[in-house]
Design a protein around this ligand. Structure first.
Ligand SMILES: [Zn+2]
Length: 133
């Protein structure tokens, strides 16, 4: 395959962007963790079963479940961002994993950890929708 690379400015730009997002996500998780340790002294690692056992405590649980969900989303995001950082360093960043085309900068600015171009992403979604039926 032809050696394609993003320009140094672009790489720098996305590196900063990924770093900033990582920082934000980590600060967010930290703030939730603090909130939770104030709410309960129990620090079971299994948050999903924790939420389940508290299921009869009403609105408290809902916000608890909500923050657990938000935390999962943020954790996932951090994983994705770290992956993106790795790709950035080995030169795969910014190219579609399916077709190898450069991913639009506008898309990467919104989702810096995107690994598919819009076309391939849409194809994947269509496929997933079909599989669900
Ligand atoms: Zn593609």
């Amino acid at each position: 395959m032809a050696e394609k690379k993003l320009s140094a400015e672009k790489l720098k730009f996305f590196e900063d962007l990924i770093r900033a997002e990582l920082k934000e996500s980590m600060a967010y998780i930290e703030s939730i963790t603090k909130e939770q340790s104030v709410g309960s002294r129990e620090s079971s690692g299994d948050l999903s079963s924790y939420a389940y056992h508290q299921a009869d405590q009403g609105s408290d649980t809902q916000s608890m479940e909500h923050s657990v969900m938000m935390m999962e989303t943020e954790r996932e995001k951090i994983r994705n961002l770290n992956d993106a950082m790795r790709r950035l360093h080995d030169g795969r960043f910014g190219f579609c994993e399916m077709c190898g085309e450069e991913i639009l900068s506008a898309r990467l600015q919104m989702i810096p950890y995107a690994t598919l171009c819009i076309d391939c992403k849409e194809k994947m979604e269509t496929k997933k929708r079909k599989q669900r039926r």
